[in-house]
Design a protein around this ligand. Structure first.
Ligand code: ADP
Ligand code: MG
Length: 257
């Protein structure tokens, strides 16, 4: 099992969009992949057309002492595990449980019986939280998401510190890549931020996803972009990220996009 944490210091940068679409893009190549929603907003499932009123998920299963397996949905080719709906009081109990059980996520994943080559993608809420700590504590790879704007750029050191604390000392940690989302190369600011980050981190550590109306349109249709508009710019960008991830994690050669 290879674990990928999708993280960011700031909210609204495209983590849930990337998590859902990476899972679907990887699944389209025949890869076995499980996407887990670790954000109480419980939005990941909407990209896979799950009913809004359905509140099942791993958080409820954890509180009820049930196995996580009952919370896994097979959606198209990917496996998806929603967070589930919790009221405020239950959420506080759940978060306390995570704070006092730092290896909760890894233990749960180990019990799912996934094989060596299966990929787990974890969507997280922004900034430091008990959810992000759980994800970072077991991730083999982190995808750090940012927008091509000054505020997101300024927030990047916060993520670097968290990764240093929770990931870089582990021998099984493979590294991180930065994914710059909603890039519009017609805007000078976008161009400048992408260039500065390429200069700092090197070409191989950067993924770019362009701003594309196909992204909100796909969600409005309860689908992923790679399913709804596979030939869109964002669809192509996400498939390229999926190939990179597969090669990086499994050393697998993927077919050219
Ligand atoms: N590449 C993109 N082009 C256009 N809109 C995007 C793109 N990526 C994300 N969005 C939109 O940005 C908003 C935030 O995305 P989301 O994935 O929910 O971010 P996060 O999970 O980081 O809060 C959503 O409305 C989404 O449709
Ligand atoms: Mg989100």
């Amino acid at each position: 099992m290879k674990i990928v944490a999708v993280v960011s210091a700031k909210g609204g940068v495209g983590k849930t969009t990337l998590s859902a679409n990476l899972a679907d893009a990887l699944a389209q190549t025949g890869q076995r992949v499980l996407a887990i929603d670790l954000d109480p907003q419980n939005m990941l499932r909407l990209h896979f057309g799950m009913p809004v009123q359905d509140v099942t998920g791993h958080a409820r299963a954890t509180l009820a002492g049930e196995s996580w397996i009952t919370s896994i949905w097979a959606r198209r080719r990917a496996l998806v595990m929603p967070f589930g709906g919790l009221n405020d009081a239950d959420l506080a109990v759940f978060e306390q449980h995570l704070a006092t059980h730092p290896n909760w996520l890894k233990r749960q994943l180990d019990q799912l019986g996934l094989s060596e080559n299966d990929i787990v993608i974890i969507d997280t809420p922004p900034g430091p939280s008990c959810y992000m700590r759980q994800a970072l504590s077991c991730a083999h790879v982190c995808l750090v998401m940012t927008l091509a704007d000054p505020a997101s750029y300024a927030a990047l050191p916060l993520m670097e510190n968290l990764i240093r604390t929770y990931c870089e000392r582990r021998p099984d940690y493979l590294g991180q890549a930065l994914v710059i989302n909603q890039v519009d190369m017609a805007r000078q600011l976008s161009k400048d931020v992408v260039q500065v980050l390429r200069d700092q981190l090197g070409e191989g550590a950067i993924g770019v996803i362009h701003e594309d109306q196909a992204v909100p349109e796909a969600l409005a249709n309860d689908r992923t972009i790679v399913d709804h508009s596979p030939r869109s710019q964002a669809g192509e960008d996400i498939r390229r990220c999926a190939s990179w991830l597969q090669q990086h994690l499994l050393g697998k050669a993927t077919s050219p996009q």
